[in-house]
Design a protein around this ligand. Structure first.
Ligand code: NAD
Ligand code: GLY
Length: 362
């Protein structure tokens, strides 16, 4: 078992990574002196894994009241209505201040459970058990929680750190390969934004990763979690450094919104967005065409689209002005200074639009 500590003073917590990590749930509940437990999951993941979690809880604490609430599956249910579903279950289960919520699922379930836990009795503990690659390498760590509004993604939420994160690479075996590729978009992001050697190791090991080789996956998930823990320690509330985790996301969010949520998975849009960020970085004189080719090659090796075309650049620019990195109307991008080194900079409209045109946007 690999153990990584997210160091945030009194809000510090461990991440356990390895086969059998789910079985740590009893120990974690004991550490938290939990009185009751509510497992929040969805209609896809619940039937596969919730029974195993309950069995572990009951083995450790035969008298612990524990219940499961299943949300409908999909980003379109990541809304306030379904936060109410979680809170209604909390009422039914009589959760008190020492009760613990467990998020069992991908990023949608994780973000929603964390948000509900931040609100219940002004904040109770929660544990993340991420079951998608994206959630294992990114969303379960760092304490960003929230839901979407019709006006935009993740517009409301709270920073609420989990008390622990339990990551078992074996649960990825039931995941659709398209979702594995989408998770790999966030994996390669870590390399491009801050670790050239990691890019090289991903180039060498991509076939093993896509085949879910347990050693390769555990190693890569641990590397990403270490990088995220380091960044979150430096900048928990995204005053600066943490925004680098949005490499490829400014273009990516515009792709998701312009094409309609759900057409492209978040990771697919981020992958094409990462190529666009590389093209923009080259146009601004930071990286070479060879570097752009290298970015494209790794995106393709993940099974991800290098280009998502036919988007209107002017409309996309308007969408980007609503990006959370935009300050005072000035759109800021995460750019690559080199492979493995990134900066956050404001970019003028014409430079961004020229890069969009080069990438096939009208
Ligand atoms: P998701 O939660 O929708 O999961 C993808 C699909 O996989 C769903 O259908 C789900 O039911 C299914 N699934 C999950 N685990 C499975 C398993 N083991 N076997 C079979 N099927 C399984 O999507 P996601 O990509 O995990 O997360 C995307 C969400 O994460 C977005 O809402 C995004 O905003 C959020 N996010 C948050 C952060 C953060 O820091 N909080 C970071 C990145 C993304
Ligand atoms: N995934 C972006 C962040 O956690 O900041």
């Amino acid at each position: 078992m690999i153990r990584i500590n997210v160091e945030l003073g009194e809000r510090s917590y461990p991440i356990h990574i390895g086969q059998g990590a789910l079985e740590e749930v009893g120990k974690e509940l004991a550490r938290l002196n939990a009185t009751r437990v509510l497992v929040v999951t969805n209609t896809t993941v619940g039937p596969m894994y919730a029974g195993r979690i309950l069995k572990n809880i009951q083995a450790a604490f035969p008298n612990m009241p524990a219940a499961v609430v299943e949300l409908p599956d999909g980003e379109c249910y990541k809304d306030l209505e379904h936060i109410q579903t979680i809170l209604d279950a909390a009422v039914r289960c009589g959760l008190d201040r020492k009760s613990v919520m467990i998020a069992l699922g991908g990023g949608v379930v994780g973000d929603m459970t964390g948000f509900a836990a931040s609100m219940w009795m002004r904040g109770i503990s929660f544990i993340q058990i991420p079951t998608t690659l994206l959630a294992q390498v990114d969303s379960s760590v760092g304490g960003k929680t929230g839901v979407n509004l019709p006006a935009g993604k993740n517009l409301i939420g709270a920073f609420h750190q989990p008390k622990s994160v339990l990551i078992d690479p074996d649960v990825l075996k039931t995941l659709d390969p398209r979702q594995i590729s989408a998770g790999l978009a966030e994996v390669i992001k870590y390399g491009f934004l801050g670790d050239c050697q990691f890019v090289q190791s991903l180039e060498e090991r991509m076939p093993q990763l896509r085949a879910l080789d347990p050693a390769a996956i555990s190693d890569v998930v641990a590397h990403c979690c270490r990088m995220k823990a380091r960044i979150v320690k430096l900048d928990e509330r995204e005053a600066g450094e943490r925004a680098k985790l949005n490499l490829g996301h400014t273009f990516g969010h515009a792709i998701e919104k312009a094409t309609g949520y759900g057409v492209w998975l978040h990771g697919e849009a981020v992958a094409a967005g990462t190529v666009m960020a590389a093209v923009l970085s080259r146009r601004l004189g930071y990286i070479s065409e060879d570097d752009v080719v290298r970015v494209r090659r790794l995106v393709k090796a993940c099974g991800l689209p290098e280009v998502i075309a036919n988007i209107n650049a002017q409309e996309a620019w308007l969408l980007m002005q609503g990006d959370k990195k935009t300050l005072g109307g000035i759109v800021r991008f995460v750019l690559m200074h080199s492979i493995g080194e990134s900066v956050i900079e404001s970019v003028d409209k014409q430079a961004a639009v020229d890069a969009m045109h080069e990438c096939g946007w009208s």
